[in-house]
Design a protein around this ligand. Sequence first.
Ligand SMILES: *Cc1c(COP(=O)(O)O)cnc(C)c1O
Length: 462
Amino acid sequence: MRYISTRGQAPELTFEEAMLTGLARDGGLYVPAEVPTLTAAQIAAMAGASYEEVAFTVMRPYLGETFDDATFRSLIREAYAGFGHVARAPLVQLAPNHFLLELFHGPTLAFKDFAMQLIGQMFQASLARSGKRITIVGATSGDTGSAAIEAFRGLGNVDVFILYPHGRVSEVQRRQMTTPVEDNVHALALDGDFDDCQAAVKDMFNDLTFRDEVRLAGVNSINWARVLAQVVYYFTSAVSLGAPHRKVSFTVPTGNFGDIFAGYIAKQMGLPIEQLIVATNQNDILHRTLETGEQRKEGVTPSISPSMDIQVSSNFERVLFDAYGRDGAVVAAQMAELKDNGGFAVGQGAWEFLKDHFASGRASEEQTSQTIRAERNASTELLCPHSAVAVHVAQPFLGEVPMITLATAHPAKFPDAVEAATGERPPLPSRMADLYDRSERVTRVPNDLSALQALIRERITH
Ligand SMILES: *Cc1c(COP(=O)(O)O)cnc(C)c1O
């Protein structure tokens, strides 16, 4: 299996190389040269299988020679062993044809653990084999950073630097990043918003000298291996509701488009998905793009669902690549326009493609709170604000086809918003109840590329 860049100008890589690299050297994102498919019989055979077995079946065709089967099985087993639920991704019923996929039983209480825990295992196995060391630099609006730190803390041959927007992550998210005691963990609070953090990381990757010097590796949602790990729960949940014999739809709380893109891949692989619905908060660039055929930045307004507070959605480039018939030159031109002019118009054919594959909706702050409250009363489920955005957006799409809405974080990760909506403060699960007592370690940094690079050079544990 070969991986190609969405901008068509970077070398083709193996799975292992694409995983260790993250962003392609031409600024693009890696995607498989072709998406493997599973037969209806293979999908039907997933019924009753463990999460780990389904994970192996879904991901194995993408790995090529990177790991032998026995090794890959043991990496999967290790990755999910620390989850607080035997099903890993349990499905609960909200209403007659509406189900909630709980993706928050991992060590940092958000769905990003599904990908990050596996990536941690795969990186470690790969680096142990080669004897090389790497520097992971990531930007986070909260959950990616804590998941990355949790996955890489204490691992040999790796330093992990996480940039988060100062003052714009929840206290639980911050503490999950600043309380680990391991030397290879570096939490950096940047003076700026999430897009500034993301831009700083992109600029470091595009500085090829720096990139090679510190052996930069990315674990943001642009990393193909992360998208891949997220494809698995689309299969487990759909099969438990009758796929491949019955269709299902999904509504996904969306920020960087990584999670819903994984759903799109599941569909390409043969999972019968009726609708994929993009749910955004008031930072609704994706909803507007699908409605108007034009993608235009408008700045970020902080919300109670901060992990979706973005204006540029990096994984959108992957679906745009398909929408343009995999023409990397067109994608490169549109991305340049977005960077230079703050927006671009999607071509007519590409827009049709997008509308064929995705529906969308947005939830205001008030609608989000209202949904948390209503769901508590109707089903007793306590939703985090991100999951509530999606439950709200799913409503007009409910019907004959079962709807699976993704619950991306545990309510205790966003206790203030949940308490404001319901009067009830969700407690942390007992395994992390001492989080508020641990001491914090963080470096405040300016939004300045060369200062950041100097800090990283100085800090890496050679
Ligand atoms: C990251 C995140 C999202 C958005 O996921 P994307 O893959 O970036 O679209 C939604 N909810 C929560 C809780 C998150 O952490």
